[in-house]
Design a protein around this ligand. Structure first.
Ligand SMILES: Nc1ncnc2c1ncn2[C@@H]1O[C@H](COP(=O)(O)OP(=O)(O)OP(=O)(O)O)[C@@H](O)[C@H]1O
Length: 299
């Protein structure tokens, strides 16, 4: 488990991370989402022990991470501006990383490079941006560490590759202790990959929730009721997050389980009723609108 305890980091007057507290559980794909400048990279760099928090602490499996070699063996960190030495091939990179990660799974590396159609002996400088990202994910997975910290690694990967990476993560999580943490400024990039999402806003954690849990507790329903009076009653009875009217059609996003909401709508004898699927984007907007925050630029 990764525990971020009231961590702050300022650069001059800029509070990059401000009293952030967060738990990252084991064997889940954790998405750290936040707009540009929200503090994601700074938080990940603190998790990776590259920079020291001004206040607070970060523990990885109970070990403080800063200047702690034991803790650093537990994760592989992919920065948003990873450096590849000139003329290095993927095989050269692996030779380099094997010095740090004795458990490096070389057989899996060869399998995955073939599966992702990446040339092992081609200079990495001739790879596209997406190919470099794929290579780093492969190396990160093969390093065999319990945690994989990815900074903007998935942004811009094409849908086929995202699906491939998603399956790779799922199979690793099933077969061993593995927890990827993925930072992104785009919620859509995380929607189909993550099990849990933490929202970083102006350096602080605004919310951290399980996606299934969020989807279980918020629903959107459209219905046609007998009249305005009934609509008002229903709006009072539900924990409404958003209401829209389109002619006689009423569309409500509300907190509650599907059955709780459906029961209340049915009690009004609707002429028509339908439960609509909610996207993660809508859930986040609903969740954060209540808190009074503007996060729409994440989408
Ligand atoms: N080394 C640094 N020196 C000065 N300011 C910094 C430094 N690193 C980050 N900052 C500032 O801290 C804030 C948070 O930056 P950070 O890179 O952590 O955000 P981010 O959420 O990763 O953003 P992005 O999505 O744009 O990569 C920004 O205002 C940034 O300008």
């Amino acid at each position: 488990m990764i525990e971020v305890r009231e961590c702050s980091k300022a650069f001059g007057q800029t509070k990059a991370v401000n009293q952030a507290t967060l738990d990252i559980g084991d064997r889940e794909v954790f998405g750290l989402v936040g707009s540009n400048g929200a503090g994601k990279s700074t938080l990940l760099r603190m998790m990776a022990g590259i920079i020291r928090p001004d206040q607070g602490e970060i523990l990885i499996d109970d070990l403080p991470v800063y200047e702690n070699e034991e803790a650093k063996k537990l994760f592989f960190y992919i920065s948003d501006d990873s450096y590849f030495p000139p003329n290095y091939t993927a095989v050269d990179m692996v030779r380099f990383y094997r010095n740090f990660y004795p458990e490096f799974r070389i057989k899996l590396f060869h399998e995955l490079m073939d599966q992702f159609h990446l040339e092992k002996k081609q200079r990495i400088s001739s790879f596209s941006k997406g190919m470099k990202k794929q290579l780093l994910v492969i190396i990160g997975v093969c390093a065999g560490t319990k945690y994989l910290l990815c900074d903007e690694t998935f942004d811009g990967l094409d849908p086929v590759m995202r699906q491939a990476v998603k399956s790779l993560f799922a199979s690793e999580i099933m077969n061993r202790e593995f927890t990827p943490v993925i930072a992104s400024h785009n919620l859509r990039e995380l929607e189909d990959i993550c099990d849990h999402v933490g929202l970083l806003h102006k350096g602080g954690i605004l919310l951290s929730k399980d996606l299934e849990d969020m989807k279980f507790h918020i629903h959107k329903i459209q219905c046609v009721l007998g009249g305005r009076q009934q609509e008002k009653e229903l709006e009072k009875e539900l924990q409404v997050l958003k209401v829209q009217h389109q002619g006689s059609l009423l569309m409500i996003t509300a907190r509650g389980t599907r059955s709780e909401i459906v029961e209340k709508v049915q009690a009004k004898n609707p002429l028509f009723m339908e439960v609509l699927p909610l996207t993660l984007e809508e859930i986040f907007i609903s969740e954060t609108e209540v808190a009074g925050y503007e996060i729409k630029n994440l989408f």
